[in-house]
Write a protein that binds this ligand. Structure first.
Ligand code: CTP
Ligand code: MG
Length: 226
């Protein structure tokens, strides 16, 4: 499928194993109040009104079942063992679009309004945009033995969320240079020397990583977060 010149494609990496969550299945397929995380994440993208096409990247053995679970116009491809490989597999399906949003399935409760704000920044001429929040904890750097090597000034630190937005050309260039262990798409763009802009993120765009995160997500769904 060929997208029009100014269209927005969303890539949804959902091929991780969810080891830290420990539910015994790939995390994107864990139930969150009657619907799996991946289905909620895709729904948020579609409800944002700014996404023309969605490409989800799942473990190879789940490609067929994911196709039956999601709307027919969502593209489903197999990912790899590292997130970088999964995003690369999604990027290979992008054809002719101007902008790309990379959005973790694990941020299943991300408000559609945040997705729309990232896309609006791209349309206004930014080439790389990430939602961020201040960090609550003081952060320390440590060496391999656990000794503290530094305390970065907290006011300069931000926790980064998704969706991260890029022009397709820039993300392609970043992935052409990428090694296999990156967990942050914007980090790859930074390595090219390109400027990445931040916008204010949303607390409910948190990544469901640990059992405690899942409890919080289920409580939010229970009390009516869509
Ligand atoms: N992801 C992916 N392919 C991988 C690894 C991760 O598509 N090989 C996706 C995950 O499915 C998730 C997002 O990238 O939506 C963020 O990754 P993370 O939270 O680390 O998820 P997992 O890798 O599944 O979790 P863990 O690291 O605890 O195993
Ligand atoms: Mg991971």
């Amino acid at each position: 499928m060929t997208e029009s010149f100014d269209s927005v494609v969303a890539l949804v990496p959902a091929a991780g194993q969810g080891m830290r969550l420990g539910e015994g299945m790939p995390k994107a397929f864990v139930d969150l109040g009657g619907r799996v995380m991946l289905s909620r994440a895709v729904d948020g993208l579609l409800r944002s009104g700014v996404v023309d096409r969605v490409v989800v990247i799942v473990p190879e053995e789940l490609v067929d079942s994911t196709r039956t679970m999601l709307p027919a116009d969502v593209t489903v491809v197999a990912g790899g063992s590292e997130r970088t490989e999964s995003v690369r597999a999604g990027l290979a399906m992008v054809d002719g679009a101007q902008y790309v949003l990379v959005h973790d399935a694990a941020r299943a409760l991300t408000p559609p309004s945040l997705i729309a704000r990232v896309a609006a920044e791209l349309r206004s001429g930014r080439t790389a945009v990430v939602p961020v929040l201040p960090v609550a904890d003081t952060i320390k750097t440590v060496d391999i033995l656990g000794a503290v090597t530094g305390t970065p000034e907290r006011s300069e630190l931000r926790a980064v969320q998704t969706p991260q937005g890029f022009t397709v050309d820039l993300l392609r260039r970043a992935y052409d240079e990428a090694d296999d262990h990156a967990t942050d798409d914007a980090g790859l763009v930074e390595r090219l020397g390109e400027r990445v802009r931040t916008i204010v993120g949303e607390p409910t765009a948190f990544k469901i990583t640990t059992p405690l995160d899942l409890m919080l997500a289920r409580a939010l769904v229970e009390e009516g977060t869509p």
